[in-house]
Every structure is written in structure tokens, then in C-alpha cells.
Design a protein around this ligand. Structure first.
Ligand code: PMH
Length: 370
């Protein structure tokens, strides 16, 4: 659909390509990258990010939902895709027919699809529970049952085995080491139960950056691909240079002078102490630009301008240091005339992690690719 509004998120696909190349350099030879494009590519646009990743040598993609995988297929992406979330067994056929790999960690899930007829064999990666306690096969007995069951089914095939870390973003975590040990133990058992090649993958961005030598065949890079560090300590390792791929911009739609004592926006929470130039910016909480950013700032002409008064659903007001023209560019995330607002700055202000920032911007904000 044509976009008419003057607020947009710019996605620098070259930065994503650059980040993938930097991450690849960290890993030992022949180790590969699985591109994590769930949640619409962390808000960047899953199809465009997937295409960029595939262009720089990524050959496996990962999403959380079957819907997300189907969207990639509908947009012509033919590369293998793993869905990590539990897909209701009734829809396993959708994945099978589109050549989408699913995760398995429950014998009952397999029993549910035992008699299904698919157009193609359904590939499965078994997830091991090693310490995250989210999803995964918990015991060796359960693993044995699952492998046995798969062996007797002709509509599915076991092609991979993985786990997920809870604390890889901390430096030198004991739980990380413990999870590695548990994974290796389960993998050994699996090798005896299921001879034949299996694709193995354990790490996310934090694990891949902190422990590149411990990574298995694939590392599932998400946040780092988008140019964000998984945590402050991981950023502090200074081992990889990443470029933030998303920036967010808008333009002034009205500029006015209010006199001392006049207030701004709902609740009149900001009242000018002196005559003050106020600019109106067309972005609000209906775009995911959260109300609690009220005391944060934006960039204009390379300078910080404070957000004043309550953020409305569609617009917010900023205090200007001088009158500017309507149409003057305002940067909410990213670079503006040498100054920068990082996702990390916003995350800090909102008391959250940088992952949440690009994900919180709703589909009302057009993504523009450069
Ligand atoms: N693998 C799995 C199984 C994941 O759940 C995630 C991200 C990744 C890889 C990629 O992690 P990265 O972005 O740190 O590289 N999952 C989540 C999550 O559930 N909440 O935040 C990130």
C-alpha cells in the first residue's frame, strides 16, 4: 500500500550484510550462520532481511511461528527454514508441504501426526532441554521414545538437534557451561539411537560472539545481525564491530511559540517557564512510540531536543531551541548530523533490552529499505 505519512523507519540492508560478514569472521571455518528472522525480522522486515542474509551466504533461516515461515515461502524464499515454536500438530501438513522444518520435543505431538499423509517428508529438529526450561526434551528416556517413534513413521525424518542458552549474554556463566555439557550428553545418546548425520546448533548471538569456538555447525544469529549487541557485557568484549541497521525519522508538521505559563498536551504535564518554541512530530504510541518516552529526546540538526508533555496516539511535541521550518527532519533512532541515538539508549530509558525497541514499532510505521 502506498504510504503517505512523513514518519518512516529506514532499514540499511548493507549494514545487515556487513554484520553477517563480521559474525562469520568470528566463527571457525565451515561453521555456518542461521539467520533468525522471527517477529518480522525483529521489526526490520523478515523477507528483506532474509533475502539480504541469503545473498551473503546464509543458507538456513529460523522463525518462531509457522505463519512467519509461510510468509517467507509466499515471498519466494526457497532456503530451508526452521520453526522453533510448537506448531499445533493439525498444521504439520502445512509445513511438510512447503518444505519447512519443525521442532519436536513431545512424543504426543508425534503420535498426533502418525497417520498424516504429507506431500513431502516433514523434517524435524529435536530440541533438548538443557537449562532454559522453556521447551525441549527433558530426559534421555523421552529422547529415546521420540527417536523410536520417528523411526517407525514414514512421513517424518529427524534432521537436526539443538538447544538454547539462558545466560550466554553474561560473561563466563556457569549455567552456560552446564548447558553445553547436558547438550553433549544428549547428543551422544542420540548418536547411538539415531546413526546418520544430524544438523547441530546451540548458540544465539551472545554465545556466538563470546564462545565462537564452542559453536556447532550453525549459530542462530538474531539480534547481532541487526547490528545490536545482545548485552552490555557482550558489547564490552569489543570482539566484533556491528552497525545498527534501523533508524527512525520523521518531520516537523507544526512549529509555534508558546508563552510562559502555557502547557503542552494531555494533562498539561509540561508548562513552559519561559516563551518556548514547540515542534509537533507525527509519531505516537499508536506507532509503538511508547508514552513512557515522554522525558526522552530526539535529534534535530545534530542536537538533542527534549520530548515535552504526554505522547499522544499519533503525535508528540518537542521543545525546540529556535524556530525551524515545517518539514525539518527529526531523528528518533539513529544518526542525525553526526549525533546518534542508539537502540541501547532507548532501551535504557524504557528499562528494557534493545531487542524490544525495533519489535515495538508497529506496522503503522513504513519500513524503507536503503
Ligand atoms: N535461537 C532461539 C531458539 C531463540 O529463541 C533466539 C531468540 C535466537 C536463537 C536468537 O537470539 P539472538 O537474537 O540473541 O541472537 N529468542 C529471543 C527470545 O525468545 N526473546 O528474545 C530473543
Amino acid at each position: 500500500m502506498k504510504q503517505y505519512r512523513n514518519t518512516w523507519a529506514e532499514i540499511n540492508l548493507e549494514a545487515i550484510g556487513y554484520n553477517i560478514q563480521q559474525l562469520k569472521k568470528l566463527l571457525p571455518d565451515k561453521r555456518k550462520i542461521m539467520g533468525v528472522v522471527k517477529a518480522n525480522g525483529y521489526g526490520h522486515g523478515s523477507v528483506q532481511v532474509a533475502q539480504t542474509a541469503l545473498n551473503v551466504g546464509v543458507d538456513f533461516l529460523m522463525v518462531a511461528l509457522l505463519e512467519e515461515a509461510v510468509k517467507l515461502r509466499e515471498n519466494g524464499i526457497k532456503a530451508p527454514i526452521l520453526v522453533i515454536g510448537r506448531v499445533p500438530p493439525a498444521y504439520a501438513y502445512v509445513a511438510a508441504n512447503l518444505g519447512i522444518t519443525l521442532s519436536v520435543f513431545q512424543i504426543d505431538w508425534l503420535k498426533n501426526i502418525d497417520n498424516d499423509k504429507f506431500e513431502k517428508t516433514l523434517d524435524l529438529h529435536v530440541e533438548f532441554e538443557t537449562g532454559m526450561n522453556r521447551t525441549g526434551v527433558c530426559t534421555l528416556n523421552e529422547l529415546e521414545e521420540i527417536v523410536e517413534m520417528v523411526r517407525h513413521m514414514d512421513n517424518v525424518k529427524l534432521t537436526g538437534a539443538y538447544t538454547h542458552f539462558a545466560t550466554a549474554d553474561e560473561i563466563g556463566s556457569e549455567l552456560f557451561e552446564e548447558q553445553c555439557k547436558r547438550y553433549e550428553k544428549m547428543l551422544e545418546s542420540l548418536a547411538t539411537l539415531h546413526p546418520g548425520p544430524l544438523m547441530t546448533h546451540i548458540g544465539n548471538s551472545a554465545a556466538g560472539i563470546q564462545y565462537p569456538d564452542k559453536m556447532h555447525q550453525y549459530t542462530r544469529f538474531g539480534v547481532a545481525m541487526y547490528g545490536l549487541y545482545p548485552s552490555i557485557p557482550i558489547r564490552g568484549l569489543n570482539s566484533v564491530d556491528l552497525k545498527q541497521a534501523m533508524s527512525l525519522h520523521s518531520e516537523l508538521i507544526q512549529v509555534k511559540k508558546i508563552i510562559a505559563g502555557e502547557c503542552v498536551s494531555y494533562g498539561a504535564t509540561f508548562c513552559a517557564e519561559k516563551d518556548t518554541w514547540i515542534g509537533t512530530v507525527p509519531i505516537g504510541y499508536g506507532d509503538g512510540w511508547r508514552r513512557s518516552l515522554q522525558d526522552f529526546h530526539v535529534l534535530l540538526n545534530g542536537k538533542k531536543m527534549p520530548i515535552v508533555g504526554r505522547i499522544c496516539m499519533d503525535v508528540m511535541m518537542i521543545e525546540l531551541d529556535q524556530p525551524y521550518e515545517v518539514g525539518q527532519k527529526v531523528t528518533l533512532i539513529g544518526e542525525n548530523n553526526g549525533a546518534i541515538i542508539e537502540m541501547d539508549d532507548l532501551a535504557n530509558h524504557l528499562d528494557t533490552i534493545n531487542y524490544e525497541i525495533p519489535c515495538m514499532l508497529t506496522s503503522r510505521i513504513p519500513r524503507v529499505y536503503v
